[in-house]
Design a protein around this ligand. Structure first.
Ligand code: DOR
Ligand code: ZN
Length: 471
């Protein structure tokens, strides 16, 4: 038998459909075999995984690494180090940096920064906004993994595109087969409410929620799914936070719209009541809502309405989150390093099975972004992107231990059951026994193979009507 580079020996290997005791043979960057002990090939190095579980590394469709422009909050080195330590082996990074990733120049700059620093593999989102519709195709050719459209305002203050620009953007992305992620909140309702509340002197923590009621999400999900159905553009709904609007997603899916949906641990577990203790630390867009929404999101994961878990890793400095006025606290907090221990704790509590966890954290996002089964699954031929976890390890999340530059987390003190022991990215051990190896620069852009484009109403697109000449 040929000697392979690495053997992960004696662990329980987890896929969406099964958990089996097996060794994993890795040669170069790929898994080359999965076999019971006596069938395993000799290896130059062995990782003992007895008593441990071997999962596909998480694929996080939603992180903000802040570089360029806000490097003091995070950069590609610290953000991807945090990902690796959290068992996340692929990230998709958002365009609300400064400058935003809406031009070829900004994209090339970000690609160079990521290439130098990344510990894990990555995709880079391009921005879809009012003024860059004409460069969406160029951005696609230059290697963006998908697009982000901020329908609602959030950090970076990127104005929402008009409906006209958004629809035209969707027409183009439909033709290209690209997926567009939307921040689905209605900008105009939120701006008006926030202004009125500020005028009225309301600056308490729950005022943030009151300014962004469920109707903002319902309207935006409705509009985005309508545009996706009309144009045939692939759609991804970021950070679903409310029960409201899930029926619109179900309806769109049943009508054949290619729409995927993520939620995040914070929406499954926190409620707005946690703001009493955490205040601005828990300020995030969309907001953490009242009790009951979390239960609906869990149910939607279980019935397939929500496809996946992402983090919306959104680091800010602790002092940027600490004002007495909620309006002066930045929105978001880091999450890429804490997702896996938090969700494994939910597995321990019986909220989901380990197989569902790998479906929602790895297989589903890899599929949505055209990376499956190269990512998101441990199988012969797949990239050896692996998180080896100890499900019995008890711990407590500590802000000091985070690798993110931000060192601020509302999860500080949260008791966990489940720890990431080792992380591999394309066969290389980037975290060993919980300690980060020096693998900066090892991360590579993901290779995507999206399904054939399926544009609709092509005779009514902006391109078609402007090209038309009556005889
Ligand atoms: O709270 C948030 N913060 N929500 C977002 O959508 C963006 C993010 C950020 O970039 O800080
Ligand atoms: Zn975000």
């Amino acid at each position: 038998m040929k000697t392979v580079d690495l053997l992960i020996k004696g662990g329980a290997v987890v896929s969406p459909s099964a958990t089996i005791e097996a060794d994993i043979a890795i040669d170069g960057e790929r898994v080359v075999g999965i076999a019971a002990g006596e069938m395993s090939p000799p290896a130059r190095e062995t990782v003992d995984a007895s008593g441990l579980h071997v999962l596909p590394g998480a694929v996080d469709s939603h992180v903000h690494f802040r570089e360029p422009g806000y490097d003091y909050k995070e950069n590609w080195q610290t953000g991807t180090a945090a990902a690796a330590c959290g068992g996340t082996t692929t990230v998709f990074e958002m365009p609300n940096t400064h400058p935003p990733t809406g031009t070829l120049e900004a994209l090339r700059d970000k690609q160079a920064r990521a290439k130098r620093q990344a510990h894990v593999d990555y995709g880079i989102y391009g921005l879809l906004d009012e003024n860059n519709i004409d460069v969406l195709e160029d951005l696609t050719r230059a290697g963006v993994s998908g697009f982000k459209c901020f329908m609602g305002n959030t950090f970076g203050d990127l104005p929402a595109p008009s409906d006209g620009a958004m629809l035209e953007g969707f027409e183009i992305l439909a033709r290209l087969g690209m997926r567009c992620t939307v921040h689905a909140e209605n900008a105009s309702i939120m701006a008006r409410r926030e202004a009125k509340m500020r005028e009225a002197g309301r600056n308490d923590a729950p005022a943030h929620l009151a300014a962004r009621p469920e109707i903002c999400a319902v309207e935006a999900v409705g509009r985005a799914t309508a545009f996706a159905e009309w144009t045939g553009a692939r759609l991804h709904i970021a950070h679903k936070s409310s029960a409201d609007g899930l029926d619109l997603v179900r309806r769109a899916k049943s009508r054949g719209v290619d729409v995927t949906v993520e939620t995040c641990p914070q929406y499954l577990i926190f409620t707005v009541d946690d703001m009493d203790a955490l205040g601005g630390q828990l300020r995030v867009n969309p907001p953490i809502r009242e009790k009951g929404h979390g239960e609906a999101l869990w149910a939607a994961l279980h019935d397939g309405t929500i496809d996946m878990i992402a983090t919306d890793h959104a680091p800010h400095l602790p002092e940027e989150k600490a004002s007495n006025s909620i309006w002066e606290c930045e929105c978001g907090f880091p999450g890429v390093e804490t997702q896996m221990p938090i969700m494994l704790t939910q597995v321990a509590e019986g909220r989901l099975t380990l197989n569902q966890y790998v479906q929602w954290s790895a297989a589903a996002p890899a599929r949505a972004w055209g990376c499956y089964p190269r990512k998101g699954l441990i199988a012969p031929g797949s990239d050896a992107d692996i998180a080896i976890v100890d499900l019995a390890a008890e711990g407590r999340i500590s802000r000091e231990a985070l690798h993110s530059r931000s060192h601020m987390t509302p999860w500080h003190g949260f008791e966990t059951r489940g720890r990431v022991v080792h992380t591999l990215v394309r066969g290389r051990i980037v975290v060993r026994d919980g300690v980060l190896a020096d693998a900066a620069g090892w991360g590579r852009p993901v290779v995507q193979d999206m399904p054939e484009p399926a544009p609709r109403n092509v005779d009514k697109t902006t391109a078609a009507i402007t090209a038309y000449r009556p005889d």
